[in-house]
Structure formats: C-alpha cells, structure tokens
Write a new protein. Structure first.
Lengths: 154, 143
C-alpha cells in the first residue's frame, strides 16, 4: 500500500472554471514552499504544457515536475510528481478532483506515495513520516486556498 | 478546535458526513492504510477525527459510554431537519428538538461510538432581561 495525503476545500466557482484555473493559471496562483522545493533554484513559473507539468526557471531552464496521467475536465486530473532532490527512480502521484456542491466546487488533492522519500533525502528535511505527511497536507491546503482566491478574481 | 477520539476513525468520517454534512478537509494515511490524522470542515469550523492514540485518549466506546467533553454545533437552518438526518444516519436522538429559554432550538444525539453532540439553531430573539425573568437566573455576559 501507499501513503495518502488528502485535502479538500470549497472554492466559489463551477467545476469547469475551477479546473480551468487550476490547470491554465497555475503559473499565477501557485505558492512555492521552502519545504517542498521542486528544484534547488529560485522558484520558477509552473505550467501544464503538452501533457507535462513543468517549471520554467529564471535561467530559462525547464524542469519537468511530472507527467499528466489523466486529464478529464471538469472532474479529474492526475499527474506524477517528483522533486529534483528525489532519487531517480522515485515518483509520486497527485490526483485532483473537482466536485460540484451547490454553486461551489469541492476541490480535493490526494498526494500518494510521499512516504517513499528516503530518510536521508533533502526533500524530507529529517522529518519522520507523520510530520512529513502533515506538512505536505498543509502545503496542498495552501495551494487549494490559492486556487480559491484566484477563481474569485473574475 | 476539537479533536474527537474514535476506535474506528474511518467509519466516523463516513457517518459524520452522513449525519451532519461534515466534509473531510484533511485525511492522512500511512503506507499501511491507517488513518494518521484527519479533519472535517463544517462551514468555517474544523473538527479533528482521531484514533485512541494514547492511553489517555479514549472513545466513549472504551470507557463505558462516558463523555468528558461534548461538541456543540451551531447552525442557522432547520434544526428539526438536521435531527432527522442524524437519526437516519443511525445516531441515537437523546433529546429531540425543543426550544430553550435563551431562544435556541436544540437537540442532543449520540453517535455510534457514544460521543454526544448538541445541535442548536437560534429561532427566537430573547433579551437578557427576559431570560432572567423567565428563569430567575442572574446572567452576566449576555450582550
């Protein structure tokens, strides 16, 4: 089995708009974190591009965070997730769901497999599993909250 | 924020959603599928749903049904309908909805592990003077 970190929040938008903002405007709403650095460089700009989730750094270099595994607007999105500090053979998986609740949308993120980050990896910061996964949950809560703020801009 | 202990927190997540409309806002499972931590959201409120994680954290189910704290849910819509939803989800209705002297209509129920929940909806505006007159109590702090 694998570890799962699941978080969900409601945003004030339809699933279609929430999906569009999540995928199309990730460069605008994404909140980088020192705890979950995708690369050792200064944070770049994220984008879903041609079946990939990429980060374009200030230098122009492109880091591939993951590949899109399912693209099912407006309900579901799955992509793989790896940080530059992960061992080469390690990938984790992120599933995002958009569920209509009244006139709002419940956006949930499930990040699977993060416990596999090795004990000596810089990506773990020395945290035991429980602390690491709790931080990861808070990280994704911040991200969904940022989506929620973004959808209200229109 | 309250943290409520269950022998089976995963089941609690399901029946608290069915009974009260709480929504899971955080669920962390380890690589054996155990619930490590979970939170449910209701409006702007959050409650943590946990297991019996130490010798001093017990579900009422493990201590003869006793409660040492209870959680109070304040709602602004139909408390009678809320009660029927809880009943339909298998919760025991200890005291059915009744309107209290302070203007809230409340009911009390027990979930499958024995936690007591109180639910209240304000239905009548009552002044402090009126509440004191009807009860004979001296009331401080009523704005």
């Amino acid at each position: 089995m694998t570890s799962k970190v699941y978080v969900a929040l409601r945003v004030k938008a339809t699933p279609a708009r929430a999906f569009a903002v999540f995928t199309g405007e990730i460069g605008a709403w994404w909140r980088p974190s020192n705890l979950f650095q995708t690369t050792p460089r200064a944070p770049g700009r994220l984008a879903f591009d041609d079946g990939r989730l990429i980060e374009t750094l200030a230098s122009g270099k492109v880091f591939e965070i993951g590949r899109v595994l399912a693209w099912e607007p407006p309900e579901r999105l799955v992509f793989s997730w790896r940080q530059a500090s992960f061992p080469p053979d390690l990938t984790t998986e992120v599933e995002v769901r958009f569920e209509a609740v009244g006139d709002e949308t419940r956006v949930s993120v499930e990040h699977r497999g993060f416990h596999q980050v090795p004990a000596d990896s810089a990506a773990r910061h020395g945290f035991p599993d429980a602390a690491l996964l709790a931080r990861l949950a808070a990280y994704w809560q911040d991200q969904i909250a940022a989506v929620g703020a973004r959808v209200e801009l229109r | 924020m309250s943290a409520v202990c269950y022998r089976d927190p995963r089941a609690a997540l399901t029946y608290l959603e069915a009974a009260f409309g709480f929504e899971i806002s955080m669920l962390i499972e380890d690589d054996n599928g155990n619930v490590v931590h979970s939170e449910m959201r209701f409006g702007n409120a959050v409650v943590m749903i946990g297991h019996e994680w130490s010798e001093d954290h017990k579900s009422p189910l493990s201590i003869g049904g006793k409660n040492t704290q209870t959680v109070h849910i304040q709602i602004d819509t139909d408390v009678d309908a809320h009660c029927e939803r809880a009943r339909a989800a298998g919760f025991e209705i200890i005291v059915p909805p009744e309107t209290q002297f302070y203007g809230d209509r409340t009911y009390r129920c027990r979930d499958p592990e024995g936690h007591i929940w109180t639910v209240a909806q304000p239905v009548i505006a009552v002044t402090r003077e009126a509440a004191e007159a009807s009860t004979g109590l001296k009331i401080t702090g009523w704005v």
